[in-house]
Design a protein around this ligand. Structure first.
Ligand code: ATP
Ligand code: MG
Length: 567
């Protein structure tokens, strides 16, 4: 490709709407253009990156026995009604009607579709296991589409579905995919970590997320350096803390004016936060929920939602809280409230003579003893893990990091085969449910994640494997005939030998070209100036670390290939 013809319109200014670096750089370097919120046109440079990621994904799926197919993007409502997800999916689903007023949706995922395909054709255990996948646009009307390609409303996903005879088969398919994902992100040149994950709305249990490590990541993860445990904070289990025994004292009401925060009440009563019970009120489609954690702990809303088995969960508004408890938030507590569901973190049940809101504005109870003074409907682990908390496996203090979820593997078990009646006959002629798994890679999000992880003040730094082009050749003076001849020669030779090279033949100043080269992020910059002609040495600069090499024109291609392999 010649830069004079390449459709990569670069921008001088950083577009104001772009909050994260990958979004800014993809707009500035001419990779994407916005069509609507969360929807983008992929310009040629981006499309090359996406195709390279797809190729890696495809090769690794095929290597594990995956078979590629293509399902429709538009899906009939009936299959979603059969699985029970038509209503559950909510506003995130793009819905549409055809001319006959029939309901459809734009596929946010394809469990229903693939299960109805497989159930109609697979009859015998001999036809299993199966691993079927596609690479396709997915549609989710996200509440907050943002960060460019990181959270789009239209995005590219590889989705594979496994069908096995039994759970042992599922375990094998799952570990094949886990291995394939490890290979995919390694080959993409990314620093990542697989972490234990919550299985979320899709259901089932047993899941890992593949997190590309970047400070801008939306996900928080914990990991243990001692035993290698790693999990999404949403998932990380916490063991209850046992407090030293105390003689229970009589419950007493105390005036605590203006102490809306744990900090304020601790200061007034001269106690530490671990002697207080924090009460948060949540609205659900069931009842108002009071969630209790120790004062110095935080509620993990994912765990809470899983325990309650509810679809909606959000902090309750002040008026509802006041109507039910008689107090403003800050003074609510678990004692004497009616018509609410009380969920206590297991640690709370081990507390003695603690402080909790009295359900009366400006008052707290002291000497609260859970079990004696109130009985929660649910006692469970609903606490959010934090830096230095004990590792749930070995007890050593955990570390935290941020990541971008680029892929996820799920064990679905029989959730969909049961709902959609996908059965087969086993060796004994007995009808059984297929045991399923699903496995997604966000192809477009992986491109954004690669930039989040690999950039500097000058622009993108592409890992070689997914770079749109491997190298750019910059003749310093396009009017110099000898220089241009040499440039053309190495340009042709590089491309012929499989190195994707761009020749920057634009009649621009060298400085402008160098700036664009850094912005676009070619792994290698090949500069042809007087030195190349006079001393027979061509300068090659590595984008990643600024290292400079000089190669002779004779064995130039071999040198470049060797260098690219090392990066
Ligand atoms: P998230 O929690 O970030 O919303 P998810 O868990 O809902 O994602 P999955 O259903 O697991 O997503 O989809 C598989 C993969 O698709 C994700 O790991 C991610 O890489 C990608 N993905 C999901 N939602 C989006 C989106 N809105 N934009 C871009 N990629 C996405
Ligand atoms: Mg996910």
């Amino acid at each position: 490709m010649r830069a004079s013809q390449l459709y990569a319109p670069t921008l001088r200014e950083t577009p104001a709407e772009a909050e994260v670096i990958s979004h800014q750089l993809m707009l500035r370097a001419g990779f994407i253009r916005k069509a609507a919120g969360g929807m983008y046109t992929y310009l040629p440079l981006a499309w090359r990156v996406l195709r390279k990621i797809e190729t890696i994904v495809r090769e690794e799926m095929d290597a594990k026995g995956g078979q590629e197919l293509a399902m429709p993007v538009i899906q009939p409502a009936e299959i979603w009604q059969e699985s029970g997800r038509w209503d559950v999916y909510g506003d995130e689903m793009f819905r549409l009607k055809d001319r006959h007023n029939r309901n459809f949706c734009l596929g946010p995922t394809h469990e229903e579709m693939i299960t109805t395909v497989v159930r109609s054709d697979v009859r015998s255990y001999r036809q299993l296991p199966l691993m079927l996948y596609q690479i396709q646009n997915k549609y989710r009307d996200e509440i907050r589409p943002r960060f460019g390609l990181m959270r789009g409303r239209e995005f590219i996903m590889k989705d594979l579905y496994s069908f096995d005879r039994d759970e042992q088969g599922l375990d094998e398919s799952y570990s094949k995919m886990y291995d394939a994902y490890t290979k995919i992100f390694t080959r993409c040149g990314l620093e990542f970590r697989p972490v234990e994950a919550d299985s979320g709305a899709i259901g089932g249990s047993g899941s890992h997320e593949f997190m590309v490590l970047a400070d801008s990541g939306e996900a928080a993860i914990v990991y243990c350096q001692k035993c290698n445990y790693a999990a999404n904070v949403e998932k990380a289990e916490m063991h209850p803390i046992v407090a030293p025994d105390e003689e229970p004292l009589p419950l007493e009401e105390r005036s605590t004016p203006g102490t809306k925060s744990i900090e304020a009440v601790c200061k007034l009563l001269k106690i530490s936060a671990d002697k207080t019970i924090k009460t948060l009120a949540y609205q659900t489609e069931k009842k108002l929920v009071l969630a209790l954690v120790r004062g110095d702990h935080e509620v993990n809303e994912i765990k809470l939602q899983n325990e309650l088995n509810c679809i909606n969960l959000a902090l309750a508004n002040e008026i509802d809280v006041q109507n039910l408890t008689g107090a403003v938030p800050g003074f609510i507590g678990p004692i004497g409230v009616k018509d609410v569901i009380i969920v206590a973190d297991a640690t709370v049940m081990n507390m003695h003579n603690s402080v909790a809101g009295a359900n009366k504005t400006d008052y707290h109870y002291i000497n609260v003893n859970p079990g004696r003074d109130f009985k929660p409907a649910i006692v469970a682990d609903i606490r959010m893990i934090k830096e230095s908390d004990p590792c749930p496996h070995c007890g050593a203090p955990v570390n935290t990091a941020r990541g971008i979820e680029a892929g996820q593997v799920f064990k679905l078990y029989t959730k969909y085969s049961k709902a959609l009646k996908a059965t087969f006959l086993d060796e004994n002629g007995k009808e059984k449910l297929m045991v399923m798994g699903c496995y997604g890679v966000g192809v477009s999000r992986t491109m954004a994640a690669a930039i989040e992880q690999n950039n500097d003040e000058h622009g993108i730094i592409w890992p070689v494997a997914i770079a749109p082009y491997h190298a750019v050749i910059v003749p310093v003076n396009v009017k110099d005939i000898a220089q241009m001849e040499l440039a053309e020669k190495i340009y042709t030779e590089l491309n012929k030998s499989g190195v994707d090279a761009v020749l920057d033949d634009r009649p621009e100043r060298a400085g402008v070209k160098f700036k664009d080269a850094d912005l676009i992020g070619y792994p290698l910059k090949i500069t042809l100036g007087p030195k190349a002609l006079n001393e027979n040495l061509i300068e090659v600069k590595v984008r990643k670390n600024g290292e400079i090499f000089f190669f002779a024109p004779e064995n130039f291609v071999t040198e470049i290939k060797t260098l690219l392999k090392k990066l």
